[in-house]
Design a protein around this ligand. Sequence first.
Ligand SMILES: *Cc1c(COP(=O)(O)O)cnc(C)c1O
Length: 463
Amino acid sequence: MKTVQYISTRGRTPPMGFQEAVMTGLAPDGGLLVPEAFPDVRDRLDEWSRLSYQDLAYEIFRLFVDIPDPDLRGLIDRSYRTFRHPDVAPLAKAGPVRILELFHGPTLAFKDIALQFLSQFFEYNLERSNGRLNILGATSGDTGSAAIHGVRGKDRINIFIMHPHGRVSPLQERQMTAVLDPNVFNIAVDGTFDDCQRIMKTIFEDVPFKTEHALGAINSVNWARVMAQIVYYFSSGLKVMKETGAGSVRFAVPTGNFGDVLAGYYAHRMGLPVSRLVLATNENDILSRFFSSGEYSVGSVVPTISPSMDIQVASNFERYLFERVGRNAEDLCSLMKGFTASGRLTIEPGSEGVVDALFRAGVGSTRDTLGVIRRYHEEYGYLLDPHTAVGVYVGEQHGSDDEPMICLATAHPAKFSKAIEDAVGEDIARHEILEALKDADTRCERLPADLEAVRDYVAAHAL
Ligand SMILES: *Cc1c(COP(=O)(O)O)cnc(C)c1O
């Protein structure tokens, strides 16, 4: 069977198959792994518009993986069985826009869609290779808990997630520490998120230690995560086009690491009729500045009410740049080299005088975000979480009368109830799962912000 090969954006890694690409994560030459070509699916859209979410995921993943069909089916079924809505990613209507609800997974945030699948894949791959994996990560919130909920209870996998003690929201902390499965190890580090990240990086650089303990990461550049996210662009886009008779759609995407919106860009490349990708950031606006001016330059991170987008350097952006330079790895390397040296890179405008004719970009400030949450609650009876609200705010500015706008809802509002209270004046965002956490038992190890302490703990509890 001829399957897609994955190449590195930096061009110095031999091509590899899907399974190897996903187990590897980051390419050994420091680049990101991308499929050698994107399939053109335009003649399948009609057929695909009639499929369930799982069936559509199966058809899309088949184009990218080297997993036998029946095994792939099983993986998809197990991944999305944990979702609380039969459509997995249902659509709602709110005023002028459609809301694509991506928060029906176990941790009520869109990262579940990718991490449930990635975890099922890890387990599958390790069973067949008789392997084991010790995942080590550092989190300031959402990713850690989505990863923990993905791998909890799995044989062959232990997971160690560091968070800065007392510096993640009490709710986010409980979403992690109330998972009592014996393969889950939460570590509260007496320090900052940067301390956690520094400790993690140093441990990963210790190659003998990494090899001895089969350490792996769950970072947002893993190809399987991007691939899993392509599905909901097709599912929602096809559904809305069918319902409205429109020939194309627009998407508004609240953005941090450029992972979610990258999947939309790939869906467009595969042939989904997307006329606009509206990229929305909070005050941490490196990406919106890039798509408005062509200059990508690092600023400093400011904390906002949409914390999962408080990011300056977007780890998945290199995959977009690779396409922008015509997949020329040499050009990409020199761009990245310049960026590492100066914290800045520039792309010349395209033929239409804009950075990219497909993209529009904008910023939703804290004030704008709270205002949108209040207005959607009052006028349309729909409660937006602050991340989603950033996307809706910028999306509204790039709407059109004859093309539906689909706004990606990346978290359930109850996860950010303080922002909701600030916006609407009352604490009304609730979810039974989060309520139940209030008196759940928890388990967590508290350690000093010290490399040795964390390394010894991992070594003592690794599989
Ligand atoms: C991670 C996250 C985002 C940003 O997604 P990227 O793929 O990093 O752009 C937006 N909203 C929520 C709730 C998230 O958890």
